[in-house]
Design a protein around this ligand. Structure first.
Ligand code: HEC
Length: 170
């Protein structure tokens, strides 16, 4: 019995250790990092594209994001708040674990990942629970999550729960 209980405990410890590996699934206590968002968001599998289209589109007029082409996708948690037209439903407040990834392209080459990740109380989240970050295509840092969205939130505040796709790409 004791042996059984010990091995069960060991298994639990193994599982717990597995949650803190570098797979990016469990954000670190110090705050979600851009590296974790990159590993969660670089692969489009399981994501739903804005307007249900994986085609790249031309960026909106007042976008600060430099590349001319983009496409935006939503993980399964966030995608529940897209209508059948693939646009964000009016009045949406995205729940924790929502991840929105915008990919930027120049001449059809992916250059940048741009992330919004909802996690209220995360040390890197802004007052509304969003963690903001950008990486280059290889995952190296472009805009660190630790900056808490300074320089992002002002421009995004006009959108539905700070998201701008609906108004820039109606
Ligand atoms: C000058 C205004 C402006 C600033 C500053 C800005 N954005 Fe955006 N952002 C936009 C617009 C407009 C869109 C809609 C897509 C497009 O045309 O680029 C957008 C789209 C996005 C999206 C796709 C989800 C959505 O619907 O909003 C993400 C993610 C994002 N921005 C993250 C960021 C991050 C991270 C920063 C700061 C490093 C930032 N943005 C700074 C204007 C801005």
């Amino acid at each position: 019995m004791t042996v059984l209980r010990n091995s069960a405990l060991f298994l639990l410890l193994l599982l717990a250790a597995g949650c803190t590996d570098d797979s990016g699934t469990e954000p670190t206590p110090g705050g979600t990092t851009e590296a974790q968002l990159y590993s969660l968001g670089k692969n489009a599998a399981g994501f739903t594209f804005y307007k249900n289209s994986a085609d790249t589109i031309t960026k909106g007029g007042n976008s600060a994001h430099p590349d001319p082409q983009l496409r935006t996708r939503y993980n399964s948690v966030a995608a529940r708040f897209l209508g059948s037209d693939g646009k964000v439903k009016a009045g949406t407040l995205f729940p924790d674990s929502s991840l929105i990834v915008k990919e930027l392209y120049t001449n059809s080459v992916l250059t940048t990942y741009v992330f919004m990740f909802k996690r209220a109380g995360d040390p890197h989240a802004d007052a509304n629970g969003w963690v903001w970050a950008e990486t280059h295509a290889d995952g190296s840092t472009l805009y660190a999550a630790s900056k808490k969205g300074a320089g992002c939130t002002g421009c995004h505040s006009t959108g539905i729960d700070f998201t701008r796709m609906n108004d820039a790409h109606p």
